[in-house]
Ligand binder design. Sequence first.
Ligand SMILES: [Zn+2]
Length: 249
Amino acid sequence: MDSAERSIREDLAALYRLVHLMDIDHRIYNHHSARIPGDAEHILINPFGLLQDEITAAALIKVDRNGNAADDQDTSTSQAGAIIHWAIYDARDDVNCIVHHHSPAAVAVSTLEQGLLPLSQGAMQFYQRIGYHEYEGMVFSDDEKPRLAASLGPHRLMLLRHHGALICGRSIMESYVLTDDLEKACRSQLLAMQSGGSILLPDPAVCEHTAQQFERLPQPRGEHRDWPAALRRLERMGIDYKGFDPVPR
Ligand SMILES: [Zn+2]
């Protein structure tokens, strides 16, 4: 394993632990992935059956477009995971890390006809910058790939109606930041709706202005301050995501 792959493995394993700390993981049924530098035929993803807080750098597997592991014939990722992630990687050269989760807040917002509203500063960064994908049943067929890619369009985020969220970052760090921001935006919207009060919708021009302000921040998002801070938290908590020891399968 070269140093570039080792570094991606450590960061992706850290991402699993950070998503777990957000308390939005759904047992063994979510999957986050990253491209491997210099290898267009495989991605790094979790083996089907591990909890997110069991993921270490060594536990991640390289899988092909069918979800089969490159180095272990007995291991695979979930079928839906392979289809969803490869649908986006094959359509979007700029995407290098994908988070997929079923947080109750994201699922709830995905069921609303109006979807995510620009009610908070964090939500305004996604103003008219989010895709929606209609529910077709569990994702078990390659036939859905072009529709998944079309639903995402040019955006970084997609809400899968009645299912969950897909966050498509240019880097692992960016996917981490956008995952956290989306989750908080969804929770804020639901709290506002649950309050029963009249909701103020900001001026569309202000929403667009704010979204553009976010786009002028250092890009990709998260690499400069957020990611080192997140890793410090994992270190403080004694979470050994860098482990290369054998893990349960
Ligand atoms: Zn799912």
